[in-house]
Design a protein around this ligand. Structure first.
Ligand code: AP5
Ligand code: ZN
Length: 216
């Protein structure tokens, strides 16, 4: 299955992507994770991306599209994938459609996680991520047993640089302006399915899997 997960910053895309991808046995491809890995390795791509990420803006389409094209060409993505955080602009969506059409395939479904801004702000302000395995925690909604330490691998947890209040506000503005129009783009293709992303993580996962079953 070829899937895209969209939703505002902090909607729970990364959290749900992990469960959904393992349920479907497809690779999870997160552009945010790829950029952050490049930032921490200090690659030229990371240095360029960091300028945009730190201010809450988007990395330019051309850079992002080329990166995704390379990633989708890897063998593990040949039979399906779950894209998390891409596309995020209409030009990126158009480029993805073209990439897949050139390969003789197409997207199956776009799952939109729907949550309001107040919940997003609560989720982002308390998010902590494991340095070692990338597992996402929340100080209040999904706290690890020991503060600052990942239960899964014992790695230390960190707060993302872009989870500061002023950067969160800018990310939400950018989402409304550049990413929200994707709902119309995919709605017109009859591929958009919105699910309520509030409530416990397991409930959201169950709604997502149900939606995939009924449309898949
Ligand atoms: P990216 O990493 O994609 O950030 P984002 O879209 O802002 O999304 P987040 O990762 O912040 O949130 P999420 O929806 O994954 O939520 P999570 O599961 O962590 O991108 C970062 C930056 O990279 C961008 O700003 C941009 O600069 C650049 N970039 C990336 N892709 C790009 C592209 N295509 N084009 C251009 N630039 C790009 O959950 C959040 C918190 O909530 C966690 O603490 C979690 O534990 C908690 N939580 C999750 N679910 C629940 C629940 N049901 N109940 C309570 N708490 C919950
Ligand atoms: Zn860990």
């Amino acid at each position: 299955m070829r899937l895209v997960l969209v939703g505002p910053p902090g909607a729970g895309k990364g959290t749900q992507a992990e469960f959904i991808a393992s349920t479907l046995s497809v690779p999870k491809i997160s552009t945010g994770d790829i950029f952050r890995a490049n930032v921490s390795q200090g690659t030229p791509l990371g240095l360029e991306a960091k300028r945009y990420m730190d201010s809450g803006g988007l990395v330019p389409d051309e850079v992002t599209i080329n990166m995704v094209r390379d990633r989708l060409a890897e063998p593990d993505a040949a039979d399906g994938f779950l894209l998390d955080g891409f596309p995020r602009t209409v030009p990126q969506a158009t480029a993805l459609d073209k990439m897949l059409a050139d390969a003789g395939t197409a997207l199956d479904l776009v799952l939109e996680l729907v949550v309001d801004n107040d919940e997003v702000i609560r989720r982002l302000s308390g998010r902590r991520t494991c340095h070692n395995c990338g597992k996402i925690w929340h100080v209040e909604f999904d706290p690890p047993t020991k503060e600052g330490v990942c239960d899964r691998c014992n790695g230390s947890l960190y707060q993302r640089d872009d989870d500061k209040p002023e950067t969160i506000a800018e990310r939400l503005r950018v989402y409304e302006r550049d990413t929200a129009p994707l709902a119309d783009y995919y709605g017109a293709q009859n591929k958009l399915v919105g699910i309520d992303a509030t409530g416990p993580v397991e409930d959201v996962t169950a709604r997502a899997i149900d939606a995939l079953r009924s449309y898949g």
